[in-house]
Design a protein around this ligand. Structure first.
Ligand code: NDP
Ligand code: 2IT
Length: 446
């Protein structure tokens, strides 16, 4: 990295947040991409844009006490990072997973600023979560936890202030419990959360949005390579919300999805995965992907999730979690003929893996661009809530599709303008950043 200002800001970030590896990783990647922008626009340095954009506007950390089914007191930690409000109310998901810590929530919140900017909707960036593990917990335990979480969070959020949604471990069930508790405490029924159930203000196509959007984005990358999903073999990691609907859309465009996974391992079937079975196991029964082979005899289960990247495929869609795809996995994908990688997850590829994809000149869509469909439809849910109207599935889906095409074009064109054609990492970071930076400049030093 060549720019003195960028180096200085990155050093401050590392000094201020020692040991926060994921956070450093996300900030480093973005700042490296921004060097040519910073050199071209000296006034960004004069306005202290980088020093300000890397520092969250507000971070809230709180105790979440609750009582389990055995009557034992449990204590988790809740976090909400309200990162940047230059473009609108803070917006971003809530993650419930035992690995959650400040580093992970800050990396996600930082990425969310640029992702939300790319959508073209009026949303700032934020993220939240807890180290609570919903796996193996009863519905009542999940409800008590969500109620306790919201009993603190409610005072910091509002439909025009900060609008959380789902992420890993947070789906319609958790959003429902949190929405109920917010409404009960504040006595206000409005769109303070997105990803709500369809009966009380949720948007059609929000459940499908992230996965569909990732595939729409990938379709644009494939078009640039003069090809399409038709007849392609796809490998999709994860089997949660994003993975399932990425698989559904890829299949509807003619691809064969041959492998999916969870944190325990992966299933492979050369004939193609049966998505109805995955949906039943994961969305209804909340079981492990290993159970899939009991129902589909032609499939094979292998322990360990990283092995999924050794399967030969044309398109890879990492849709599980951060740093799930390392340099070795990336080399294996490229060697086996993969031509496109689109990230449904946030930062699933390690920096080494990203370098492998870029050096090999395969199509590579980074998460903040490729998975922006989820938050886009969240933005559309906010619009519908404000209007007190509900749009049809097709209306929302076609808006989502157009937004993903726009994001692809914005990233592609910024990459060309800044002399790295084809590099959508630089393109997405630059296109997302410039809007936020200009809005921050206009709003003064705050
Ligand atoms: P879900 O909780 O629905 O599913 C997560 C999936 O990823 C599960 O299959 C899970 O396996 C797997 N997974 C989670 N943690 C790990 C881990 N440490 N190692 C291996 N596998 C893991 O979450 P989502 O589908 O909503 O989220 C998936 C990714 O997409 C995340 O990176 C999220 O930030 C990102 N994303 C989500 C959006 C949304 O709208 N939901 C929007 C944009 C991005 P297991 O069940 O075994 O834990
Ligand atoms: O990472 C993400 O973009 C999300 N988890 C969705 C955020 C949202 O507000 O819908």
């Amino acid at each position: 990295m060549s720019n003195e200002y960028v180096v200085r800001v990155l050093e401050t970030v590392k000094k201020r947040a020692p040991g926060e590896a994921e956070f450093h990783q996300a900030v480093s990647e973005v700042l490296e991409s921004l060097v040519p922008v910073i050199e071209k626009n000296k006034d960004f340095e004069d306005a202290g844009i980088l020093e300000r954009i890397v520092e969250p506007e507000r971070q809230i950390i709180f105790r979440v006490p609750w009582i389990d089914d055995k009557g034992k007191v449990q204590v988790n930690r809740g976090i909400r990072v309200q990162y940047n409000s230059a473009l609108g109310p803070y917006k971003g998901g809530i993650r419930f997973h035992p690995s959650v810590n400040a580093s992970i929530i800050k990396f996600l919140g930082f990425e969310q600023i640029f992702k939300n900017s790319l959508t073209g909707l009026m949303m700032g960036g934020g993220k939240g979560g807890s180290d609570f593990d919903p796996k193996g917990r009863s519905d009542n335990e999940v409800m008590r936890f969500c109620q306790s979480f919201m009993t603190e969070l409610y005072r910091h959020i509002d439909a025009d202030t900060d609008v959380p949604a789902g992420d890993i471990g947070v789906g319609a069930r958790e959003i429902g419990y949190m929405f109920g508790q917010y409404k009960r405490i504040k006595n206000i029924f409005h769109g303070v959360l997105t990803g709500k159930g369809l009966l009380y203000g949720g948007s059609l196509a929000r459940k499908e949005a992230t996965g569909f959007g990732t595939v729409y984005f990938c379709e644009e990358m494939l078009k640039d390579k003069k090809t399409s999903f038709e007849g392609k073999k796809a490998v999709i990691s994860g089997s949660g919300n994003v993975a399932i609907y990425a698989a559904q859309k890829a299949m509807s465009l003619g691809a064969k999805v041959i492998a999916m996974s969870d944190s325990g391992g992966y299933v492979y079937d050369a004939e193609g995965i049966n998505l109805d079975v995955v949906k039943k196991l994961k969305e209804i029964e909340r079981k492990r992907i290993s159970e899939y082979v009991k129902e589909v005899k032609s499939a094979k289960y292998t322990e360990g999730c990283a092995g999924i990247w050794t399967i030969a495929c044309d398109v890879a869609l990492p849709c599980a979690t951060q740093n799930e795809l390392d340099g070795k996995s990336a080399r294996s994908l490229v060697k086996n003929g993969c031509i496109a990688v689109a990230e449904g997850a946030n930062m699933p590829s390690t920096p080494e893996a990203v370098k492998v994809f870029l050096d090999a000149k395969i199509a590579y869509g980074p998460g903040k661009a490729a998975n922006a469909g989820g938050v886009s439809v969240s933005g559309l849910e906010m619009s519908q809530n404000s209007q007190r109207l509900a749009w049809t599935f097709d209306e929302v889906d076609s808006k989502l599709h157009q937004i993903m095409i726009n994001i692809h074009n914005a990233a592609k064109n910024a990459a060309i303008e800044y002399n790295t054609p084809g590099n959508l990492v630089n393109g997405a970071n630059i296109a997302g950043f410039i809007k936020v930076a200009k809005a921050m400049q206009s709003q003064g030093v705050i």
